[in-house]
Ligand binder design. Structure first.
Ligand SMILES: Cc1cc2nc3c(=O)[nH]c(=O)nc-3n(C[C@H](O)[C@H](O)[C@H](O)COP(=O)(O)OP(=O)(O)OC[C@H]3O[C@@H](n4cnc5c(N)ncnc54)[C@H](O)[C@@H]3O)c2cc1C
Length: 321
């Protein structure tokens, strides 16, 4: 049952920050994740701070230098349909278009997509797991077919966002504001692995909120893509996915950033594969080496060993393309 909570709709970021000072206050953007969590008792809220009236958080802009600027309240649907994003930040447009269903894309926001809570059925269910402050990750000895193969440890969730890996591949930064002021950090550093803290997914401190996302224009000729594999043809979270941004020079890879979704508690960057590719001409031998390197360090659980082949296949497909 949904517990009672106070509900406020501030009209500006500064008013929202004041409201967030209270312990137990939760941000409500599109509400597509928050309301489910509250209804299912995943966590509680004393106060829900709606951002619906904070218009300064809306919108998509492209700076004179080609930098893409997304307000936190920009909907996933707006991102998927934006012509500049489709053309120049293709991985992001592709990832956004593969998020959930049209209704959820129209309601869900980019800020909410980056801050959504994991979908692990033990975390969402009635289990006092490590992510809820308990001392056991029930996935380790349980139903773990959709769980992580990288970066586990105290908790084996996979990060649920499709836009996050695309944005990390595009080297995005996140704008944050809170009681101590504003800061901008690489999105890659925004996500927290269980080794650091298994009870939270982001670097947000108490009272902080995401203002927006900045995406650099990338090197001339940069191309990017996002491929998502789901258990079924309809909307679903990623069993695995691969975001890649790369640029070529004289037939060789000049730069590459490769990030996996659906296999780790945070978007999972394949530094070793990137290193292998840079400066090389892509051929069958290199692709095979890259596929091998992609799964080094993976620790599959009892029911998700298939993700090793999935990751290899994603690499082979992306590099062959
Ligand atoms: C059935 C279903 C299927 C889905 N499938 C996918 C999928 O395939 N791929 C995918 O990526 N996602 C998927 N999602 C998740 C969905 O995309 C997210 O729920 C949505 O993006 C969250 O955005 P929102 O604006 O509704 O966030 P809200 O529900 O309002 O908030 C989500 C969380 O983020 C926090 N938050 C929101 N905005 C901010 C901010 N500006 N600063 C700090 N914290 C903030 C909230 O406090 C809350 O904890 C699915 C969701 C559902 C319900």
């Amino acid at each position: 049952m949904l517990r009672t909570f106070a509900y406020v709709r501030p009209g500006s970021v500064s008013e929202a920050l004041k409201q967030l000072e209270e312990r137990g206050a939760r941000i409500h953007a599109g509400g597509t994740d928050l309301l489910g969590c509250l209804r299912d008792g995943v966590f509680e809220a004393k106060k829900v701070v709606s951002l619906a009236r904070v218009d300064e958080l809306r919108g998509i802009a492209v700076g004179p230098d080609g930098e893409l600027r997304l307000g936190a309240l920009t909907t996933i649907g707006e991102i998927a349909a934006h012509p500049v994003i489709t053309e120049k930040f293709t991985a992001l447009a592709q990832a956004a278009s593969l998020v959930a269903s049209p209704q959820l894309r129209n309601q869900g926001t980019i800020g909410g997509n980056l801050c959504q809570r994991p979908r692990c059925w033990y975390f969402r269910g009635d289990y006092h797991c490590t992510r809820k402050g308990g001392d056991l990750c029930y996935a380790i000895g349980g139903e773990n077919q959709y769980h992580a193969i990288f970066g586990g440890g105290a908790c084996w969730i996979v990060h649920p966002s499709d836009t996050a890996p695309a944005l990390v591949a595009l080297d995005a930064k996140v704008r944050i504001i809170g009681p101590k002021g504003a800061r901008v950090i690489p999105l890659e550093k925004f996500f927290v692995l269980p080794d650091e803290d298994a009870t939270r997914e982001t670097a947000l401190e108490a009272g902080e909120m995401v203002l927006g996302v900045l995406v650099p224009p990338g090197a001339p000729g940069q191309q990017s893509s996002y491929r998502k594999v789901r258990a079924r043809g309809s909307w679903d979270f990623a069993m695995g996915g691969l975001a890649m941004a790369r640029s070529m020079k004289a037939g060789k890879v000049a730069d590459a950033r490769i990030v996996l979704s659906g296999v780790a508690p945070a978007p999972w960057r394949l530094h070793a594969v990137e290193k292998l590719l840079i400066g090389q001409r892509i051929d069958a031998k290199l692709i095979a080496k890259a596929a091998d390197a992609a799964v080094v360090g993976a620790k599959p659980l009892e029911h998700n060993e298939y993700k090793l082949a999935l990751v290899r296949g994603l690499i082979e497909e992306a590099l062959s393309a």
